[in-house]
Design a protein around this ligand. Sequence first.
Ligand SMILES: Nc1ncnc2c1ncn2[C@@H]1O[C@H](COP(=O)(O)OP(=O)(O)OP(=O)(O)O)[C@@H](O)[C@H]1O
Ligand SMILES: [Mg+2]
Length: 332
Amino acid sequence: MPATAPPPAIYRSEAAAGAGAPRDSRDDGVAIPPGGDVGSDSIMALEGVTFAYPDGTVALRSLSLALPRGGRIAILGANGSGKSTLFLHLNGILRPAQGRLLFGGAPVRYDRRGLNELRRRVGLVFQDPDSQLFATSVRQDISFGPLNLGLSEEAVRAKVEAAIRDTQIEELADRPTHLLSYGQKKRVAIAGVLAMEPEVIVADEPTAGLDPEMTARLMGLLDRLHASGRTIVCSTHDVELALAWADYVIVLRHGELLGAGRPEDVFCDVPLLRQARLAVPIVLDTFLRLRDRGLLGTPVRPPRTAGELADVIAERLTDTSPAYSSPLGSAP
Ligand SMILES: Nc1ncnc2c1ncn2[C@@H]1O[C@H](COP(=O)(O)OP(=O)(O)OP(=O)(O)O)[C@@H](O)[C@H]1O
Ligand SMILES: [Mg+2]
């Protein structure tokens, strides 16, 4: 599996997107059309998946989407939009009432063998770590998955210790799980998933409730896992984080696909964000306001981090080319 995948094509109209040129959807208000082909190698896909809970709540409605292989994929949507329900489908805990789930292009089979295979390849980190952890000690909990693979004791120990090292939880390894803090439980839950060495890691709001340092450490871990060739799928309400981290963003609303594409395209689509009840990331909001006032001159690529925004502004402040006359006056 390649360490990095080419940036997935976005499935919005190229004309609307200005054939790759930066665009401001405030100008044309074109939303990303739901559905369609991502036009890239997908590791998993949903085709027309509909799912209702036993009480009749319809959580997914004819949902079709593809997860680019080797991608860093962020799933966004308001509370109740279907993110967790989607994730529970991705490793076969829930089964579509209609439609189908594909892994590597082949439909998932829901017999015992098919499900075991899917769960070995797709590791799910639950939104609530208490739903995931059940053994009394941290090490026991992390060992549970590898033990069930029927490996030798030595092989299990090697996987468990590697997962403990990777998640930097050495100091927690011998503690009872129920005494850990929320953030510590989250890392243990991730270690349990890592010990299974899945190809796809699906993490439901992995940074919710974490302090900034823990968030940075966790995203660093997900980046290392991504660099080792894995596909990482995270749901989040943090639009700044999704903009900076993801290379592909999927937006859900009422169990339907509202849009998908490169983060800088999706997050510049202000009407789409409004429909999804998502905030415009501050970095892009500032960028779009400066651009709307004509302060940025010729089109530039939307920034994804505060640092990139600072670079865009600094470049304009120091731009002395005759073609560009800065409304802020010339730089010293
Ligand atoms: N066990 C359940 N039984 C009945 N309805 C459920 C159940 N779990 C979720 N739902 C409903 O399914 C819909 C989708 O919920 P889901 O938990 O997938 O949303 P979400 O996007 O993960 O939300 P959040 O951001 O709050 O985590 C909601 O209307 C929710 O009330
Ligand atoms: Mg959820």
